[in-house]
Structure formats: structure tokens, C-alpha cells
Design a protein around this ligand. Structure first.
Ligand code: MTE
Ligand code: MOS
Length: 791
């Protein structure tokens, strides 16, 4: 009998530590500078070598020769790493298209060799002494060029339901459009960093800023040609990952490990900002074209689209990103007849990768764009047309998963409309616009429905290790990584809740592959769901062993034992012993006080060929209302007010979750309105160069761009639903990013207000002040809407 481990995942026990508003577990260390990051470690070590890359500045070129002889003789140089040095496989990907030391340069700035020297400056100077000769090859920079050349990579996916062609032909109204959605630089504050050391038996230890320690371990072992048990990867914490360290850390970890193995010395590799921006993958841009058929009431009857992601120079995660885009093109709306094709273009750019939202933002924008335009065309309010298309209970997504708790969306929608005073403000905005010629305001409301789980079912598993020491203190280890999102804080709360001990009793040790093996990347917002399940499981395995011990102390049955806030009691007895006493007794009785926990999400299946299945455990939801004011002379704008309502179920940690909602929203606003990645697309010498290589040219949102009034609330349902997740909580990491689409729609409304009523305005993405200016200028001059996209 298992008195504890049979508890349902979502059941919240009395005295739970989850749900408490505690600060981030390392907040104090973060703000005082005490928190250690990977690059803080080398200076605590001795005999360290520093690595500097040789970058080649051509978009596409064959390397004819690489002469390192002079570089090797430069002061301080200990080793120059090239392809010949790789004892294992010279590739840091899983698909064989990512050579660590390439023979062909695939993007402007690609690293092709590394120098290890006593100091960073000596390593840098030595790279300049490497003689390289290359032959430039034809390159493809933009997605459109790739489409025209038919240059794609990875599988092409089709999501289809019903008969989209017939429904389109019969629809009373047809509209079409297209949009180019720009990518985004992760701009994590901590750039990519690895520190590799080697012990007396040749064991490699890599401390790495990685979201996926197990994957980093696999890649490093493959490059070194050793089994995984010779490589340990630890991630203390990251100074931000945002998806940019899901696979992108691996190459640098492998270089550091290789350097350590070949020299026997510790190797530190940390990119500076420009190296990081020019050498690592970003959110890839999307090029979308679509056609839709609607009825007189604005219901979408037919929807056809082609989404082409810019994958950059290798496949990496792009097919999975496209898959998530397809599975989120419906957003919160029922689409009876759909035909959407997703494909990945291959371009000569850094290989684009995961970024918060993972394709879903692009999919949603296309549909929000469609609805925004349909509203104008059919003369239905923007709020109204969205609401009319919401999923009704029982309806299924295009991949035929029933939308659980579909009724929640309209409830949240109405609630936020009320608390944000939406209707009255809509009238005020119209009033304001009628009286102001050169300043206009716009108000918009948009929904988010986001599926939680990895699209690939096998990734939905996690492990944890829980140790209880003789004094009753608890140490937990789990497979997830901390990147600022508060996963460790939540896991401490989960462990304290599961064990029934105060939060201060539990400590957490850094993520390490020799503690918990075979872990998935901390991504897809699943960190707390998966690792929370595993931590709880480990705790309960131990509690099952402790129950008979407690029962003996209290004179009750094992299944009557209750542990709350460190006090061990039983049903039907007033007797109670302390947690410490229970643990000491268990120890003396020779009861094992440690356990490995495991969790896998049940009920998931997805056929990537037919694009059907139960892809997600549940859906996270949110609603946003945004009001902007736009200056007609410059296109500059301010966010006057933003109201967000986001559903995290029974929050594991409300303060953390609020921070996640705010942070994700602002990051989304940055992507949609300010951050403007530019590459040199000319035929000149700089072709393929990333022109925005630093914060001086790449504008990130800062305090001054925050909404003037910012009301963020977690949605509390009157009837919390059990989606079968850890203590009734919901994932929060990515979904709120897409709440920022409301700002884009508000800008569109404001730009349109410069023209006649009923005017349709197309906005590029990002809608920078400049882009907004041209959009409002077209509206003002009654100029025809340009076709942004041609196929
Ligand atoms: N929050 C902070 N502060 N820093 C980050 O790097 N990454 C986001 C999100 N929130 C990130 C963040 C991304 S892309 C994901 S997938 C989730 O956190 C991952 O963590 P979780 O699964 O524990 O939510
Ligand atoms: Mo997040 S993009 O899934 O790492």
C-alpha cells in the first residue's frame, strides 16, 4: 500500500507551500551580485585557458586553406583547435548538418577555429594571425530568396481538416493577405558561456549556461568520442535563456571540453555580445501568405495558409518551431476547414532556433492579422469578431484535440473587458480621435490559447533526486534548469508541499547530469509541470517508507499518517512528533532516506505525418487589452494602458508567475514593436552581415517603454479545473508573450484612425515607430494599401 504516492497530482494538501507569494529563491543573490554564473567560475580556478573564435566574414564560402602555424607561435598560445583535433564526430547537432569546425562557411561570422591562450587578449591576437583563404559561393539571405530558389530544409508539414478549397469557394466573403514577421535576438544578459575542466582520470566536467544539460552532455561526448558517463554537465543558473540556450550552448560546451581534454587544463569560453549576436541562432522570421473565407457574421469558414520559417543555415529546432506554429494558428478560434502548410527555408544566416513561444507567436499573428482585416471589411467590431470565433465547448482544434475548458475563454474575456473598462474606453478613444488631427489613439483586445507539452511526446518526461539527511534537512535535485524563470523556487515549494515540511527545510542543488540523467531541455514552458511531477514523486516514495515508521510512533495506521508544516500526526490521535524525530527514528530503523522520482505526462500522442493527436496536456489562456497613442508626425507611440488577465490555474508561486506574465509580455512587445534585426541583403562585400550587432543598434524595451498603467492579474477561476497538472497549476513561461499582440492591433487601430473610417491598414512586423509612421501616412493620404507580400 502506498499511502502517499497514490495522491492525485493536482490535489493540494493542507498547509501547502505552493501558492505562497515567496520571492525568487536567489533574488537576493541576483541583486547583490552574489549569484554565481558560469563565467564567474574561471577566476576562482587556476591555470585557466581562454578561448577565442576565428570568425569568417562571408555569407557562404568554401575554406580552401587554414594555416595556423604562425598563430601557434604567438605569445600565450597553447593550442589552436581545428577539425583535425576532433577525436569523435565533428558535429554539434543531431542531424549532421552542424559541423563544429566546418569546411564551408554557411553564414557571415561563422566560427571555424578556436585559439586557446593564457589570456583572452592573447587568444584574440592569435586568431588574427591565422591565415585563411576562401572561395566565396552564391548565398541566399532572405526567406523570399530561399522560396524563389526552392531552398528548403527538414520536413514540410501540412495541417488539414475539412475541405478548405470548397469552403473558400462557397464563402460569402473572401480575403487574403500576407505578412513578413521579423525574428528576434534573445539578448539574454549572460552570453553563451562554458567552463570545462578535467580530472585525474580524464573525466570531463562542463559547467555550462545551458537549458539542456543532458543534450549538452551528449553532444560533448559525441565530439570527444567518449561515452556519456565520462562527461558531466552542470548548470548553476543562467542569466536568461529564452530558448537561445536550448541547443545553442552545445557547440561552445563542446569546444571548451575539447580544449580541456587536449590540454589537460581548464578552458573558459564566453562569448562577448557581438560574438553572441553574430554567431548564435535567433527567433527565425516567418513569411506567411493566407486566404480566408468568412460568413456574414464574421465566422471563419475556410482558412488556407503557407507559413515559411527562416531556419537559417541548419535544421536545428526549426521543424518543431513550424509544428508549433501550425498547432497555434487557430489561437482561440474554431477553424472548421483548414489547410496550412509549414516549411523551413534554408538561408545563409545563423541557424535560427527556439525562442519563447516557439513558433506559436507567428502562427497567432497571422490569424489575428486576418481577423483584424476581416473586422474592417465586414464592418464588425474587432472585439466582436474575435469573440464570435471563439471555440465552443466540445469543439476540436484542426489537429483534432478537444479544447478543454473552452468556456473559460469567453469568461476571462468578459472579465477583462469589465475590469479594463473596455467599452467606455472604446468610446473615449473614438471621441479623442475625432478631436485630434495629429495624435490618434487605438484600443485593442486579443486572446491567447497556448498548448502545454512538448509536441514530441517522448520529451515529456523528467526525473528528480530527493535526499533527506539525518537532521531532517532536505536536498533536492531535478532535471530542470534555472534561467530566471523561478523554476527552482517552484520546485522548493513543491518539495516542501509534498513532504509537509516548512520551506526553509528544503535546499536545492544545481542541475547536474550525474544526479538526474536523460532529462529534456527546460523549455516549452513545461519545466514546472514535468520536474514538479518528478520531485513530488520522489518525495512521496520516501514518505511511503516513512509512513509505517510514523504509524509506529503514533499508534495509527500508515495510511492515517498526516504531515503538515513539519509536524507528524495521525487521524484519530492527538499525538504528534516532529519531522526531525521521525527522520531520526527512520534512520535508526534503517529506512532509506533518498529516492529518485520520475514523471511522464500521460495521455499524449501526436502523429507528425497526419498532424492529428492529443498534442497537449492542457491549454493556458490569457487576454490582453492595450491602448496606445500615436504621434502623426513621427509614428512614435506610447502605451497608455495595458491590462492583462492570465490563467495559471492554482499558481505554484504567484509572485514568480506575475513576473513571468509581465516579463513575457514586455519581451513580446519588444519583438513586435522595437527590436529590428537587420541583415545586409546587398550584393556588396558585407552581404549576409548582421547589421544590428549590439545594443546600440538593436533596441530592446526598457523601463521608459513600459505601459504608463500596467494592470496584470492572474485569473482565479471560481471552479478551478483539474487538468491533471502539479498541484493544479499551469505553465506560464511562454504563453503571456503572445498577449503583446494586443499592442500590435492597437497600433493598427490608431494608424487606421488617421484615415477614413473603415480603412484597412497593414502593419509590418516589427511595427517600429518608422513602420507605424508609413502606415498612418498611407491611411492619411488615402493611399492604396501596399501588398506587403508577393508569392
Ligand atoms: N524567464 C526568465 N526570467 N528567463 C528566461 O530565460 N525563458 C522562457 C520562460 N521564462 C525565460 C523565462 C522560456 S523560453 C521558457 S520555455 C520557460 O521560461 C522555461 O521555463 P519553465 O518551463 O520552467 O517555465
Ligand atoms: Mo522556451 S523557447 O521553449 O526555451
Amino acid at each position: 500500500m502506498n499511502p502517499f504516492s497514490s495522491r492525485p497530482l493536482a490535489e493540494i494538501p493542507d498547509g501547502a507551500a505552493t501558492g505562497l507569494s515567496v520571492p525568487h529563491e536567489a533574488a537576493w543573490e541576483h541583486v547583490t551580485g552574489k549569484a554565481l554564473y558560469t563565467d564567474d567560475l574561471p577566476c576562482r580556478s587556476s591555470n585557466v585557458l581562454y578561448a577565442w573564435p576565428l570568425q569568417v566574414y562571408a555569407a557562404h564560402a568554401r575554406i580552401d586553406s587554414l594555416d595556423t602555424s604562425t598563430a601557434k607561435t604567438m605569445p600565450g598560445v597553447v593550442r589552436v583547435l581545428t577539425a583535425e583535433d576532433v577525436p569523435g564526430i565533428n558535429d554539434y547537432g543531431d542531424l549532421g548538418d552542424e559541423p563544429l569546425f566546418p569546411e564551408e562557411v554557411q553564414y557571415h561570422g561563422q566560427h571555424v577555429a578556436w585559439v586557446l591562450a593564457e589570456s583572452l587578449e592573447e587568444a584574440r591576437l592569435a586568431t588574427e594571425a591565422i591565415k585563411i583563404s576562401i572561395t566565396e559561393l552564391p548565398s541566399i539571405i532572405t526567406t523570399q530568396e530561399a522560396i524563389a530558389a526552392g531552398q528548403f530544409q527538414g520536413p514540410r508539414a501540412t495541417l488539414a481538416r475539412g475541405d478548405a478549397d470548397a469552403a473558400l469557394a462557397n464563402a460569402p466573403h473572401r480575403i487574403s493577405g500576407g505578412i513578413d514577421i521579423q525574428g528576434q535576438e534573445h539578448f539574454y544578459l549572460e552570453t553563451q558561456a562554458s567552463f570545462a575542466t578535467i580530472d585525474e582520470s580524464g573525466q570531463v566536467f562542463i559547467q555550462c549556461s545551458t537549458q539542456a544539460p543532458s543534450h549538452t552532455q551528449e553532444v560533448a561526448a559525441r565530439v570527444l568520442g567518449v561515452p556519456s558517463n565520462q562527461v558531466t554537465v552542470q548548470c548553476l543558473r543562467m542569466g536568461g535563456g529564452f530558448g537561445g540556450k536550448e541547443t545553442n550552448a552545445n557547440a561552445f560546451a563542446a569546444v571548451a571540453a575539447l580544449g580541456a581534454v587536449l590540454t589537460g587544463r581548464p578552458v573558459s569560453l564566453r562569448l562577448n555580445r557581438t560574438q553572441d549576436m553574430t554567431m548564435t541562432g535567433k527567433r527565425g522570421g516567418f513569411h506567411a501568405s493566407w486566404e480566408a473565407g468568412l460568413d456574414d457574421d464574421g465566422h471563419i469558414l475556410a482558412y488556407k495558409a503557407v507559413l515559411t520559417a527562416d531556419g537559417g543555415c541548419s535544421v536545428d529546432l526549426s521543424p518543431a518551431v513550424v509544428s508549433r506554429a501550425l498547432c497555434h494558428i487557430d489561437n482561440a478560434y474554431y477553424l472548421p476547414n483548414v489547410h496550412v502548410v509549414g516549411q523551413v527555408a534554408r538561408t545563409n544566416k545563423t541557424s535560427h532556433t527556439a525562442f519563447r513561444g516557439f513558433g506559436a507567436p507567428a502562427g497567432m499573428i497571422v490569424t489575428e492579422d486576418l481577423l483584424g482585416q476581416a473586422a474592417t471589411k465586414l464592418g464588425i467590431g474587432e472585439e466582436e469578431i474575435r469573440r464570435r470565433n471563439f471555440y465552443a465547448p466540445g469543439q476540436t482544434t484542426p489537429y483534432e484535440q478537444v479544447v478543454s475548458h473552452a468556456a473559460r475563454m469567453p469568461v476571462m474575456w468578459e472579465k477583462l473587458k469589465k475590469t479594463s473598462d473596455y467599452e467606455a474606453r472604446l468610446r473615449q478613444v473614438a471621441e479623442f480621435n475625432a478631436h485630434h488631427e495629429h495624435i490618434k489613439r487605438g484600443l485593442a483586445i486579443t486572446p491567447v490559447k497556448f498548448g502545454v507539452s512538448f509536441n514530441k511526446p517522448f520529451l515529456n518526461q523528467a526525473g528528480a533526486l530527493v535526499l533527506i539527511y539525518r537532521d531532517g534537512s532536505v536536498l533536492i535535485n531535478h532535471g530542470g534548469t534555472e534561467m530566471g524563470q523561478g523554476l527552482h523556487t517552484k520546485m522548493l515549494q513543491v518539495a516542501a508541499t509534498a513532504l509537509g515540511v516548512p520551506l526553509r527545510r528544503v535546499r536545492l542543488a544545481p542541475t547536474r547530469t550525474d544526479k538526474v540523467p536523460n532529462t529534456s531541455a527546460t523549455s516549452a514552458s513545461t519545466g514546472s509541470d514535468l520536474n514538479g511531477g518528478a520531485v513530488k514523486n520522489a518525495c512521496e516514495i520516501i514518505l511511503d517508507r516513512l509512513a509505517p515508521v510514523a504509524a509506529g510512533l503514533l499508534g495509527v495506521n500508515a495510511n492515517e499518517v498526516r504531515i503538515t508544516d513539519g509536524a507528524v500526526g495521525g487521524l484519530g490521535t492527538d499525538k504528534s512528533v516532529s519531522w526531525a524525530e521521525l527522520i531520526e527514528t527512520a534512520y535508526l530503523q534503517r529506512v532509506s532516506l533518498s529516492a529518485a522520482g520520475y514523471y511522464r505526462t500521460e495521455g499524449l500522442f501526436f502523429d507528425s505525418k497526419t498532424y492529428k493527436g492529443n498534442a497537449f496536456k492542457y491549454y493556458a489562456r490569457g487576454v490582453a487589452v492595450a491602448e496606445v497613442e500615436v504621434d502623426g508626425y513621427t509614428g512614435a507611440y506610447t502605451m497608455r494602458r495595458v491590462d492583462l488577465l492570465h490563467d495559471v490555474g492554482c499558481s505554484l508561486s504567484p509572485l514568480i508567475d506575475l513576473g513571468q506574465v509581465e516579463g513575457a509580455f514586455v519581451q513580446g512587445v519588444g519583438w513586435l514593436t522595437q527590436e529590428d534585426l537587420r541583415w545586409d541583403t546587398s550584393d556588396g562585400a558585407g552581404r549576409g552581415k548582421l547589421l544590428t550587432q549590439a545594443a546600440s543598434t538593436y533596441k530592446l524595451p526598457s523601463f521608459s517603454e513600459l505601459p504608463q498603467a500596467f494592470n496584470v492579474n492572474l485569473y482565479v477561476d471560481e471552479h478551478p479545473s483539474d487538468d491533471g497538472s502539479i498541484y493544479g497549476s499551469k505553465a506560464v513561461g511562454e504563453p503571456p508573450l503572445m498577449l503583446s499582440i494586443a499592442v500590435r492591433e492597437a497600433l493598427r487601430a490608431a494608424a487606421a484612425a488617421f484615415g477614413d473610417a473603415g480603412r484597412q491598414v497593414e502593419l509590418p512586423s516589427p511595427a517600429t515607430a518608422e513602420a507605424v509612421y508609413w502606415a498612418l501616412d498611407r491611411a492619411r493620404r488615402q493611399a492604396p494599401t501596399p501588398v506587403l507580400v508577393t508569392d
